[in-house]
Design a protein around this ligand. Structure first.
Ligand code: FES
Length: 213
């Protein structure tokens, strides 16, 4: 496969053609934060935590979906990049139930870790929250929309890995939720209770039923 040579943070590196900037950076042990990314399963550029600066491009780019190209120059940790990631994280947190001390995923939460890593201490954005439904009708899985960050990792794993596909984005814009179809409970669709959605959720939006009893 053809090798692509380009620069990350001033250092020249080579990666196979078709590799994304994120994957190339990880091959060379350069850290770029992610939330929605699941290698080979969910590469949709939804969370914007992996933003990087590409020299000559006006807007910051999501590195998880940006393919490497000969001669590009990437900055993964510039002040502009860090500020954009922090504001994105604050926006995600502004629509998230932040009762972390009583959350089963506390200390094992990708969102909480990122907030710490990026130095988020206040959420300047207040207002209505979009998710309200805590669906606990299933015998084994609790789906808590107040904590869902709409990364769609559960959607991709359920459909592409397990071949089931009971979850998907419903609604538009601010009202978007990840749910089974037609407002149904996860107990009333073809969920096989495999738990892969729980394993791949970066936060506490999906959890084992026993864990909250
Ligand atoms: Fe790239 Fe979410 S990890 S947009």
């Amino acid at each position: 496969m053809k090798g692509i040579t380009f620069k990350i943070n001033g250092a020249e590196i080579t990666a196979p053609e078709g590799t994304t900037v994120l994957e190339a950076a990880r091959m060379h042990h350069i850290d770029i934060p992610t939330l929605c990314y699941l290698k080979g399963v969910n590469q949709i550029g939804a969370c914007r935590m992996c933003l990087v600066e590409i020299k000559g491009a006006k807007a910051l780019q999501a590195s998880c979906v940006y393919p490497v190209a000969d001669g590009i120059e990437v900055l993964t940790n510039s002040p502009r990049v860090r500020e954009a990631r922090r504001v994105n994280l604050e926006l995600i947190l502004s629509n998230h139930n932040r009762e972390c001390t009583t959350c089963v995923r506390s200390e094992n939460c990708e969102l909480q870790k990122l907030a710490k890593d990026l130095g988020v201490q206040d959420i300047p954005f207040e207002g209505e929250k979009s998710g309200h439904w805590i669906d606990d009708a299933s015998p084994s899985i609790v789906r808590d929309e107040t904590k869902c960050i709409l990364c769609r990792r559960c959607v991709a794993v359920c459909r592409k890995v397990q071949g089931i596909g009971v979850l998907g984005p419903v609604g538009r814009g601010f009202k978007t939720q990840v749910q089974p179809v037609f407002n149904k409970s996860i107990a009333d669709v073809g969920c096989i209770n495999c738990g892969q959605c729980i394993v791949n959720c970066p936060v506490g939006a999906l959890k084992e039923k026993s864990s909250i009893q």
